[in-house]
Design a protein around this ligand. Structure first.
Ligand SMILES: [Zn+2]
Length: 308
């Protein structure tokens, strides 16, 4: 079995946030661009309250999504045709390119206990599932996307790990092959916040199905590490404890954007969710103390590479 945590640790805790990009409250919605004064300020509050906590910010290199749902309703009603069009307006290309937002990059680089991972190139796709960037592309197209995404990260100076959470969770097999060719360490694809917790529970909700629900796992002939997401804002404390009691990885998810055109993200970063995580973490630390490993997906990947 994969050796993924130190022997003296009963279980592990990691925290990841999706959709980080430079949008400000003066744009359509805030996604980190307001720095300390916005949602990242709330994340920093939580990190200050829990100095052992680590966070992975899954960041999009050149965000273009404005609406996650189709607004071109007529086009969207035409089967076949709709798959060939973007069904909502997008940001002009490079508006949110990280290379153009040095202050934002500097702010992310300065955050303590924070690592940056990839969350797609544009975060858009033609057809009905707008945020699901990786769908039916050819392997050559996937390669192009991955290369451009990495080029922007490197050029912008953002410090990052070689891991990705695919927008909308979807990770086709051809994408996994290209990630391996690009030397990625890990992918966080499966989110399952409903399947009951047990040692052998498998993911069965969004993204990769059939992966371990409570542990990182080597996939694709051990060439890539897969991380599940198994906890979010409306999950109960008991679920967290069941994961820990089964010696698993409590993998907590949030999204940086709380509301888009009236669509409210349950796990969007706001005072309420950060307060909930504050009390959850306090509760877990009281009960489990030093037997918990507060870590990150990048750190676990490094550990796995060294110890297997
Ligand atoms: Zn996303």
């Amino acid at each position: 079995m994969l050796q993924w945590k130190p022997a003296d640790k009963k279980a592990a805790v990691c925290f990841t946030i999706d959709d980080i990009h430079p949008s400000k409250s003066t744009d359509y919605y805030e996604a980190g661009g307001d720095l300390d004064k916005g949602r990242l300020g709330l994340v920093k509050w939580l990190l200050d309250r829990h100095p052992e906590l680590k966070v992975t910010l899954f960041t999009t290199a050149n965000w273009r999504e404005i609406s996650p749902v189709p607004t071109r309703k007529f086009l969207a009603s035409l089967p076949g045709v709709r798959d060939k069009f973007f069904l909502a307006k997008r940001y002009q290309k490079d508006t949110m390119n990280l290379e153009r937002h040095p202050e934002f990059v500097e702010f992310l680089n300065s955050m303590k206990n924070t690592e940056i991972g990839f969350h797609g190139l544009y975060h858009v796709h033609k057809g009905l599932k707008i945020p699901v960037e990786f769908q039916n592309q050819t392997k050559e197209e996937f390669r192009e996307i991955l290369k451009e995404m990495q080029r922007i990260f490197n050029k912008s100076g953002i410090e990052h790990v070689k891991g990705i959470c695919p927008p909308g969770w979807n990770a086709p097999n051809a994408l996994l092959d290209e990630l391996i060719k690009e030397n990625f360490d890990f992918i966080a694809s499966a989110r399952d916040i409903f399947t009951p917790i047990s040692r052998d529970a498998r993911t069965n909700m969004s993204g990769i199905k059939g992966a371990s629900l409570i542990r990182p796992e080597a996939i694709k002939e051990n060439k890539l590490i897969h991380f599940p997401t198994n906890f979010q804002a409306n999950s109960k404390v008991e679920r967290a404890k069941e994961i820990i009691n089964n010696s698993g990885l409590l993998s907590i998810k949030a999204h940086i954007v709380k509301s888009v055109f009236g669509y409210i993200a349950i796990d969007g970063v706001d005072e309420l969710y950060m307060n909930y995580l504050d009390s959850l973490l306090t509760n877990l630390k009281n009960e489990y103390g030093d037997s918990l490993w507060f870590t990150s997906m990048g750190e676990i990947s490094d550990y796995i590479k060294k110890n297997n």
